[in-house]
Write a protein that binds this ligand. Sequence first.
Ligand SMILES: Nc1ncnc2c1ncn2[C@@H]1O[C@H](COP(=O)(O)OP(=O)(O)OP(=O)(O)O)[C@@H](O)[C@H]1O
Ligand SMILES: [Mg+2]
Length: 374
Amino acid sequence: MNITHICADGYKNLDGVDISADSSLNVICGSNAQGKTNLIEAVWLCTGCKSFRLARDRSFIGFDKDKAAVSVEFENSFRTQKICFEAKKGSVKDKNITLNGVKVPLMSRLFGQLKCVVFTPDDLSLLKGSPENRRSFVDLSSSQLKPSFVSALNKYNNLIAQRNAAIKNINFGISVPDDLDVWDKQLAQTGAYISVIRYTYCNNLNDYTKKLYSEITGGNEELELYYSSTVFNSLENKTDYAGELADIYYNKLLRSRKDDIRVGYTLSGVHRDDVVTKINGLDAREFGSQGQQRSVAIAMKIAQAQVLRDQTGDSPVMLLDDVLSELDDSRKSFILGNIKDIQVFITCCDESFIEKNCSNGKIFRVSKGKITSG
Ligand SMILES: Nc1ncnc2c1ncn2[C@@H]1O[C@H](COP(=O)(O)OP(=O)(O)OP(=O)(O)O)[C@@H](O)[C@H]1O
Ligand SMILES: [Mg+2]
């Protein structure tokens, strides 16, 4: 999948932006606060995902503009498509959203059309942050491959909320421990299913991150990534989530019931699982340097795009915001030159490095919200 054309006007500081993209590499250069991230964000919104900066609707319209309008044209081997959205000051909730000219009621309904993988400085939390960041990464990636996975996750979250409410009732003396059974049976099946999907995804991802990380580091460092379950000792070759795995899961819930009632919530389950990364055998989260952690996070994101490409036959577009800072020159060159068969948009402040090291693709310059090419 390739983005061919982007227009943006009144989206934050973007002003009359109208660019034709290169099918491989697009470098967006500019000093701080010129609008590089705003451009990446405007494109990302067209994927139907929430803004990565959690911008509120009302804050995205340019301070001195009456409306914001963004359109993105993209193509794959089958067809060319166009997503547009427009919002007026004062009535931002009533966005006018269209896909190929047909009105769409909500931005989230666009999910699955324009497929992108985004990396922002916040994605360093993939390594440094809490396990929740890593679970969300795996969940979003798995949902891109299997949209129905979202309903399993929603179901699990509802069940956990209900089980936790039931635990409170037990502590209030309104319910008895056996009342948890109805939730535990359902949680066991849904939780086992989620474990299998996540485990399989991480295994698959590991094949890609291993190779990428070795290339990024010139073969000097080895990366290993795996899913760490709080319920199962091993999920290797196990797929029977409705049978054997649900039984193991149920027994785990049963065993921790007393402790759960004591603390007042559900202690174990897929909501406590994690993804572990090790560099040369050492936990990257604990022992990795800043540059190593950044490289691992980038490798995970590129791998995410490659998995999507190989499993769906259609490569997503990579949006890389501010990934180059803190990386040494060889790591930077790798990122610029080695993401093959995937269209990349990458922002950068250091124009001299780009001029020296970027032989292919297009360079765009951003200044005060205006973008020029060449
Ligand atoms: N609603 C808005 N209207 C106009 N300008 C806005 C709005 N919201 C944010 N901005 C401005 O947009 C400018 C550019 O922001 P952006 O994050 O895109 O910069 P950047 O080029 O990515 O900079 P950096 O290199 O520091 O990351 C900021 O100065 C910000 O104040
Ligand atoms: Mg920025």
